[in-house]
Design a binder for this molecule. Structure first.
Ligand SMILES: Nc1ncnc2c1ncn2[C@@H]1O[C@H](COP(=O)(O)OP(=O)(O)O)[C@@H](O)[C@H]1O
Ligand SMILES: [Mg+2]
Length: 325
């Protein structure tokens, strides 16, 4: 799909913070000052280790979570300041596909009820719902005989297809795919990915595609955002990020992708990330990656690096970049 980067972004995230109070003196900063844009028709990959705040950020974008501070604009409008009518529309335009297709479907509801729930809320008649559910099931590679069955009768891949049909039922524009294939068998991951790709082309969808490693995102995304412990460390087009990663964390993440070509594998030194991901509870106001970074200087432990655009569209938050330009 052709993306117009001069148009107003469909989604604008501005200095988003989501903190959880986890004790009397303990604040867990799940998302801490995150900013990015998503343009219409794009797939943006959001990548980082488990626990770095990807799902929390995604949840703030669809109003499942109230941000602690910062702003999310959808189609130019602050999503916390919508009129009743606008709120209703927003709930349809923006959908989420969840990581765990076992937990995200109500076990007591039939496929028809699950996929048709949004349509029912829209006031559609039973016949309309039945026809639309049938068509949706076809779109995701299931058939109408599946309508009266329950989630437990399906495999993981099929359940994820049901989740996708549910998301599509209300004709969304923007879908947050939160690790949609990571709970699935490797053998069916590609099928689901291909389906999401085709749906995007056919329906003109915009995706925020969340993943914990870069290998999946590489093939899908126009641009990639790399998160580390509540913060964005690097943003670039996929091509640029893979050919010229700048943040030490991105480099380490990339080097952990297995390389099929042995010559390239030799050339790409595997960069181990030392230590464990640190705690997001009461984090120090410094580079969150410093304790694991082999290049960290004293400054990295004392000062939060600002995001800087090193080349057009390639933004990095790292003190080491000060020498680059
Ligand atoms: N509702 C919540 N209450 C308290 N802590 C939470 C809540 N949701 C997420 N967290 C914490 O926020 C951090 C980020 O979580 P999450 O957004 O799920 O990360 P990711 O999706 O990148 O794995 C984690 O430390 C997690 O334990
Ligand atoms: Mg998650």
């Amino acid at each position: 799909m052709i993306v117009d980067y001069n148009a107003e972004p469909l989604v604008q995230v501005k200095d988003l913070c989501k903190y959880f109070q986890v004790g009397r003196h303990a604040t867990l900063k799940a998302v801490d000052g995150v900013s990015f844009n998503i343009y219409r028709g794009e797939t943006v990959g959001l990548v980082g280790e488990s626990g770095c705040g990807k799902s929390t950020a995604g949840r703030c974008l669809i109003r499942l979570y109230e941000p602690t501070s910062g702003q999310v604009l959808y189609d130019g409008k602050d999503i916390t300041k919508l009129s009743r009518q606008e709120k209703k529309e927003f709930c349809h335009k923006v959908q989420m596909i969840f990581q765990n297709p076992y937990a995200s479907l109500n076990p007591r509801m039939t496929v028809k009820e699950i996929v048709g729930e949004g349509l029912k809320l829209q006031g559609k008649s039973n016949e309309e719902i039945e026809a639309k559910v049938e068509q949706l099931l076809k779109t995701v590679g299931l058939n109408k005989d599946h309508m009266s069955r329950f989630p437990h009768e399906f495999s993981g891949g099929q359940r994820q297809r049901i989740g996708i049909a549910r998301a599509l039922s209300v004709d969304p524009e923007f879908i947050i795919c939160d690790e949609p294939i990571s709970a699935l068998d490797v053998s069916i991951q590609a099928q689901v990915l291909n389906m999401l790709n085709e749906l995007q082309d056919n329906l003109g969808l915009t995706y925020l595609f969340i993943a914990h490693d870069l290998s999946v995102v590489k093939y899908l995304s126009e641009r990639v955002i790399v998160m580390y412990l509540g913060t964005v460390v690097e943003t670039a087009t996929s091509e640029e990020l893979y050919s010229n990663p700048m943040h030490p964390y991105t480099k380490a993440l990339l080097s952990s992708i297995p390389e099929a070509d042995p010559d390239k594998a030799q050339a790409n030194r595997r960069i181990p990330i030392k230590g464990e991901i640190s705690s997001p509870i009461n984090p120090k106001n410094c580079c969150r990656f410093a304790s694991r970074c082999e290049f960290a200087t004293e400054r990295c432990f004392n000062e939060m690096p600002a995001a800087r655009e090193i080349t057009p569209g390639h933004v990095v938050a790292c003190h080491l970049m000060d020498d680059v330009k």
